[in-house]
Design a protein around this ligand. Structure first.
Ligand code: NAG
Ligand code: NAG
Ligand code: NAG
Ligand code: NAG
Ligand code: NAG
Ligand code: NAG
Ligand code: NAG
Length: 293
């Protein structure tokens, strides 16, 4: 079979009584109901916390079963004339509620009620936060998990309740002045205890952060220095470049005094080129003859 069916059978505690049973989500649960001699009627009355009331019945005189409103996952475990046990396959949170078995026999009437609680095991995750503190998370557990650390921690866990009734518990390990290398987070839960260990390096994390910041500052300083060096080297003060339009408005004498020789050369070249192109356009040169530059 593909799925392993595990049964959680509640202990018998008298002819009538209330029994607390729990089942882990996804597993199967079997609720027993003892048959009396000369039983005439067996009825399972199911009132879940959410959803509608449903019944399963067996009439011995007619050897007939009937069901009203019960989902397919709730059914007789065996043949009810032999054993009227109830089975819940693939237990989900919706199955949580009260299950009462009523037996009518010539000896009298008997009934037993089960209070089914569905357990959701939390997912355990462990990581280091930005300050290098271990953070333990017991995600979506039902009931809420208990988080503890192998060493004394003065933190209070944080709880977050989800719509489906599960709870996420987060605990951050904070122990000042200790050089803890390996921290163990222990998650206690009725569906099973779990533990994990992690090694966080608070000092190292801070060290790397400082080194990164210092490196960034050094790179910026070097870059600025290089730019300023080249500007100073070209005999100009380290300031914003004036837009070319303002340069053109200056008189040519002032420009030659202030602007470096290369700029003057380029400007003169442009003047020559522009005049040549103007000429070619104006004279309308024949094809094949291109102006020499
Ligand atoms: C529920 O099923 C899982 C595997 O499907 C198993 O590991 C676990 O022990 C079961 N729990 C109970 C309470 O039977
Ligand atoms: C069951 O019923 C039969 C007759 O139908 C009777 O003889 C027998 O005594 C009854 N047993 C009990 C335990 O009541
Ligand atoms: C189940 O039974 C208990 C005690 O008898 C009662 O307080 C509770 O309301 C019942 N829950 C449902 C869903 O019927
Ligand atoms: C059957 O279940 C639905 C909800 O699942 C509920 O509204 C309805 O009243 C139930 N019918 C009976 C007869 O209990
Ligand atoms: C009740 O009916 C089932 C079939 O539905 C049959 O196998 C069984 O033998 C019958 N039991 C009695 C006591 O007649
Ligand atoms: C760090 O741990 C070692 C061994 O666990 C211990 O000998 C040492 O004193 C500790 N240092 C500090 C600063 O707590
Ligand atoms: C889980 O841990 C708790 C203590 O935190 C303990 O009482 C309980 O027995 C443990 N359960 C299992 C299944 O080991």
């Amino acid at each position: 079979m593909h799925t392993i069916v595990l049964l959680s059978i509640a202990a018998v505690s008298g002819v009538t009584g209330n029994n607390r049973v729990s089942a882990t989500v996804g597993n199967s649960s079997v609720l027993v109901c003892s048959l009396k001699s000369n039983t005439t009627l067996v009825t399972w009355k199911i009132s879940p916390k959410t959803g509608g009331f449903c019944t399963l019945g067996y009439r011995a005189d007619q050897n007939k079963t009937d069901r009203t409103n019960c989902s397919d996952s709730v059914n007789w475990k065996f043949r009810p004339d032999q054993d009227p046990a109830l089975e819940i396959r693939q237990v989900g949170i919706v199955h949580e509620g009260n299950y009462t078995c009523e037996v009518v026999a010539t000896e009298g009437n008997f009934h037993r009620t089960y209070h089914l609680t569905v357990l959701v095991p939390p997912r355990l995750t462990l990581h280091c936060d930005d300050h290098g503190n271990p953070v333990c998370e017991a995600e979506a557990g039902k009931p809420p998990a208990q988080i503890s650390w192998d060493l004394e921690s003065n933190s209070t866990p944080r709880e977050e309740v989800h719509d489906d009734g599960t709870v996420t518990v987060v605990s951050t390990f904070t122990a000042h002045g200790t050089n803890v290398t390996n921290t163990i987070c222990v998650v206690s839960h009725p569906a099973g205890n779990q533990s994990k260990s992690i090694a966080c390096h608070p000092s190292k994390n801070g060290f790397y952060l400082h080194v990164t910041i210092i490196l960034c500052v050094l790179i910026i300083i070097t870059f600025t220095a290089v730019i300023c060096y080249f500007k100073l080297h070209s005999d100009r003060p380290c300031r914003k470049l004036d837009p070319p339009e303002t340069d053109l408005t200056h008189s040519p004498q002032d420009d030659t005094m202030e602007v470096e020789p290369y700029t003057t050369y380029v400007q003169k070249e442009n003047v020559i080129y522009n005049s040549v192109s103007d000429l070619t356009v104006g004279q309308n040169l024949p094809q094949g003859l291109s102006p020499a530059t």
